[in-house]
Design a protein. Structure first.
Length: 560
């Protein structure tokens, strides 16, 4: 543009000089005076035309810049990387996007350069991923050494069995316990691929917390057995999404959307592998359909593995049965008291879970959920069936006060769904006539997570489980049965409370090499039974301290 402005001036000066010379020459005879004047007028007019052209070019340039800016503003925002791409424990407070974490991709033909898994492996990709055929494979996991100390010997390994904290009168309360364990380490991989306008994710993850660990693991060989945590495939096309396999239950609170990816699920930042008292969660097989009407709203319906649970798992107390042999024999045969094999008890239908999530902005997530379960038994004494329905609901929220401070609130209440509170409450009790009655229970978590100077995460939570009594009488009209009746065992809890806080410090991190963390947690647990015998303790509590050293693998999903 600068050259266009200068050249007319230079040309005019040259012509003026030339004309001056020719004018002098012409003046001698006066024959060209009129022609020279006309030529000067023509040059002046052309100069004005050039200036007008320059002005028009400048206006066109401004118009093009405005059009480009408008197109950039109208283009969809680049979706932030998923919070749950590579690990089941997020080391910093998640800066959750307002949109669901599963990628949304514009329609494109298979084999196009827009799919990095088909275009070829980027050797300089940070974080790295592998290519297998036309899909991308991301290794996931971490190597973990956990140390745990308890002031009472609860006998629950590195996870807390909330409902079985020993009373001070028990011999197990007289000794403390300390253990090292690598069992919380994770290993697995994630597969991303896209065929035309359909994106799919395959996700699997294993740890070493299997109950099949050999008994000699603490004597001669730490042979900890791996177990499946997650094993699912998720397919999304436009606004519809389908998942099948073993995943976190849809009833587990989300941090964002209805994503099944671990980092998008709320199960706290604690080191306790059983997480928090009052948290609704499980990992189980099922199928799920999710509809995304907008980027800020998701609606899901899941059909998940059922069981007729009557207590006895993870420190939760079992129910008291009627004395009739046909009914007392239901334990482990028709009702799940965890003593039988996996999936050994009969069930009528899958658990049905519905959930709606709202993410109005990156700092807010609100969700409501409901669950429906059906229980059925057969009384061989009178050849009759009995059925009852379990139902419950939850309201879960998390809000960012700032980009680094987040508040958590999860709330659950219902009847017949106590197993989702880490098995601390039975789903049903059996009446003397052989019919079933659901047990009411509730759980909640309130907490705060904060990131300090980008490397240090601080967290603190309070959790509660409340189990309502289901006091019944046996057929003789005198003997109490059920749950929480006068004279019941002090293992039949009414309240379980937990206060816990800790830190997670990332002292080294590199996108190509991974990260190193140290994690600490203090946990205080207290439980109260429904019935306290004369002279017996009214409640009990214990303290637990965790300290952990962890190396996490690098890796992230490719950028489609």
């Amino acid at each position: 543009m600068r050259s266009l402005k200068k050249r007319p001036r230079y040309a005019a000066l040259a012509l003026a000089g030339f004309l001056a010379v020719t004018g002098v020459l012409g003046a001698a005879d006066g024959s060209n005076a009129d022609d020279i004047a006309a030529l000067k007028a023509q040059i002046a007019a052309q100069q004005k035309q050039l200036e007008a052209l320059q002005s028009a070019i400048a206006e066109q340039k401004k118009l093009l810049e405005r059009v480009s800016a408008n197109q950039a503003a109208a283009a969809p925002m680049v979706r932030p990387a998923s919070l749950g791409e590579v690990s089941s424990l997020t080391p910093v407070v998640p800066q959750a996007p307002a949109n669901p974490a599963l990628p949304v991709f514009a329609a494109q033909k298979a084999g196009s350069p827009g799919n990095p898994c088909e275009a070829g492996t980027d050797q300089n990709a940070v974080p790295p991923y592998l290519r297998l055929g036309n899909v991308c494979v991301t290794p996931i996991g971490f190597m973990d050494l956990t140390s745990v100390w308890r002031d009472k010997n609860a006998g629950s390994s590195i996870g807390s069995n909330f409902g079985s904290v020993p009373y001070n009168t028990a011999s197990t309360s007289k000794l403390s316990e300390f253990h090292f364990s690598p069992q919380n380490s994770r290993i697995g991989f994630r597969i991303d691929g896209q065929w035309k306008d359909t994106h799919f994710i395959g996700y699997n993850e294993f740890d070493f917390l299997s109950s099949a660990t050999p008994g000699s693991s603490g004597v001669t060989n730490g042979a900890f057995v791996p177990r499946i945590r997650l094993y699912w495939v998720d397919v999304r096309k436009n606004k519809l999404e389908f998942l099948a396999g073993q995943s976190w239950s849809l009833l587990t609170p989300n941090r964002v959307g209805l994503s099944p990816l671990p980092g998008d699920i709320f199960y706290s930042q604690v080191m306790d592998v059983n997480y928090l008292a009052g948290l609704t969660w499980t990992r189980q097989p099922g199928v799920r359909l999710v509809y995304h009407p907008t980027d800020k709203v998701a609606v899901g319906l899941a059909f998940e593995n059922p069981t007729d649970y009557v207590g006895g798992s993870a420190g939760g107390s079992g129910i008291t049965y009627p004395s009739a042999s046909a009914l007392s024999g239901l334990a482990g045969a028709q009702l799940d008291n965890t003593s039988g094999n996996v999936l050994s008890t009969p069930t009528l239908m899958p658990d049905i879970i519905a959930k709606m999530a709202f993410d109005p902005n990156p700092r807010a997530h609100i969700e409501i959920a409901g669950i429906l379960s059906e229980f059925k038994i057969w009384n061989s004494a009178n050849n009759t069936y009995s059925t009852t329905t379990g139902r419950a609901g939850s309201l879960n929220m998390n809000f960012g006060l700032t980009k680094d401070i987040r508040l958590i609130s999860n709330n659950f209440y219902g009847a017949g769904e106590g197993r989702y509170l880490f098995g601390q409450a039975p789903d049903v009790v059996v009446r003397a006539d052989g019919s079933l009655q659901p047990v009411f229970s509730a759980g909640f978590n309130e907490g705060l997570e904060a990131t300090v100077m980008k490397k240090l995460l601080l967290f603190g939570y309070f959790g509660n489980i409340y189990i309502e009594k289901a006091a019944l009488l046996d057929a003789n009209g005198k003997t109490p049965i059920g749950y929480g009746y006068t004279g019941s065992a002090n293992s039949q809890n009414r309240d379980i409370n937990e206060v816990t806080f800790g830190f997670n410090y990332t002292f080294w991190k590199d996108a190509k090499y991974g990260a190193m963390n140290v994690i600490g947690q203090y946990e205080w647990l207290m439980r109260d039974p429904w019935y306290v015998a004369a002279g017996a303790p009214k409640a009990t509590h214990d303290s637990t301290i965790y300290f952990d050293v962890r190396y996490s693998l690098p890796g992230s999903m490719p950028k489609f």
